[in-house]
Design a protein. Sequence first.
Length: 367
Amino acid sequence: MSFTLPEYHHPDFTRPEFESAPDAAWVAVEADGVAPEYFHSTSMYPEYFKIEGKWVLAQESRMDSSVVIGPEGVLQVVENRNLKQGDRVILGRSENCQEGIYVHTTGFLSTEAGKNEDHFVFRQGRSRETSYARDYDTLFQLLKHEREQGNILWVMGPAFAFDADARAAMQALIDNGYAHGLMAGNALATHDLEGALLHTALGQDIYTQESRPNGHYNHLDVINRVRRSGSIPQFIQDYHISNGIIYSCVKNHIPMVLTGSIRDDGPIPEVIGSAYEGQMAMRSLVRKATTVICLATMLHTIATGNMTPSFRVMEDGTIRPLYLYTVDADEFVVNKLLDRGSLCATTIVTNVQDFISLVGKGLGVIE
């Protein structure tokens, strides 16, 4: 089984509705962080805007943001809070050329499939009873392709740090080139480093699950030691850490974005405490990604999904799909993003510790 990226089909701009469409209207922003009335809000799909008689694609999109006409007509997708006075924001709430705006939902469908709108299905629920055999096989082939020709971004909750086999599987994936970025919270980093230093997570042995005496101090001690070292890399050096997810990211120079929450202990130094600074840092990694895999972290998954378009414009100008996977033991969490459309999100309902071990074995990085 080999993996081939689907071909992108541009809209036919010679059709009457495109040729007769007006230029998209715009209004200058009057105050920083405030969009004009009737602003156009973006989706995850490719969106085209008629600017001075030409249809232009907004190349780096995300959901729920405004479109700003930049220098030389280049379109920029900007969160409303980041708008600046004078920005030229496009107006319009229709999506089929009437206001110079076209949302292209069928770009990656074949010509035959494009004739049948039912091929693009919304709200198709998946559950524990769903068969995922084909999804796993497809994912294995996709990851092999992306290792050499794409950018794989992992979004991870702390559940991996509580299981020795899951930690080993994820470390092997990173060491073998199957990760180009990691986004997580304070908890994953803290408990993974706790596992590396003390072989526990929240005081429980990561293999036997037995509680250690005074183990509830372990993660607090680790946080304190990382803070004393001043950074994660220095902590790894100071305490001779030689295993784990965070260790492997540091060793292989994989960029990490760690964002905090209101419940965090510590946090460790690299954790970004501001929600909006964290979101911007996350988007910097999402902008490079071609496959995003979200694992057992509801808030990070929703945040990532909102800033992840269904497509990526490559350096040579070609347009390819951006694949989004969500994996969780809770059906509600995975189906939260399935409303984004069947092309945009593949969901798997399972224990993520088992999932990552299956992926490691399927790719041949663990036995």
